[in-house]
Write a protein that binds this ligand. Sequence first.
Ligand code: GRF
Length: 260
Amino acid sequence: MEHGRLKIAVLVSGSGSNLQAILDAAEGRELPARVVVVASDNPAAYGLVRAKERAIPTYVVDYSKGPGEEPDPLPFDLEALLKEQRLFSGLAQGELQRRIIRLALLEEELLKSLEPHGPDIVVLAGFMRLLTPHFLNAYPMRVINIHPALLPSFPGTDGYGDTFRYGCSFGGITVHFVDPGEDTGPIIAQLTYPIYPDDTLEQVKGRGLGLEHKLFPAVLRWYAQGHVKIEETARGRPRVKITAPDYSDFVRSAVVSSLR
Ligand code: GRF
């Protein structure tokens, strides 16, 4: 924290509308935070332009190109990493190992770009890549993602499409801590919205994204204010409780805003 303000690193892959919502909230003082660095796996991500416009340092680790030559020794304990990670279930051992090494080497570059800026937390705002424990252990319980569905339903890359095609009459969004699985980490907060019978997928996405832009800055504000409490449970899975006094009012007004 810096003068009571949270230092946030943001990872983006695409348009960065959630990054924009966070930047606007931080500028408008309703979010006691500063975005200290923005990094992307995609050199063409528009989120990078949004950051540059505000003179925020940006970095690209181009995942499509890969990490280059494999260093020897690897900058991580491969055996421990393979044991801890919970990605790519069903893959043969050799292929799994190849993918984990590739991801962790790219993450090593990401970590190096974030580290000099000393972020308190890392926020995934439309970052479309999986993270291994190599990255996550550098920021334990300090990596936060927004997912466009009501987890644990519809994990993966197309939450809105999956919700819509399944025929749900309510959709949702989830802000959660990232753990070594895919979209399985402890839930911090969720919102739901109705899907009307004549809605198109585009309308559903628009309604959900409108809520994302409200929920993500609110969660970060609660986090900065110390209102996001992590409780250990008997089953070993942490449970998150929000103690913010404005929580109920926030939920009411956000949900009402999504109604016709
Ligand atoms: C959002 O729907 C987010 O939930 C998902 O990817 C989308 C990113 O949008 N993970 P943007 O880049 O923030 O505009």
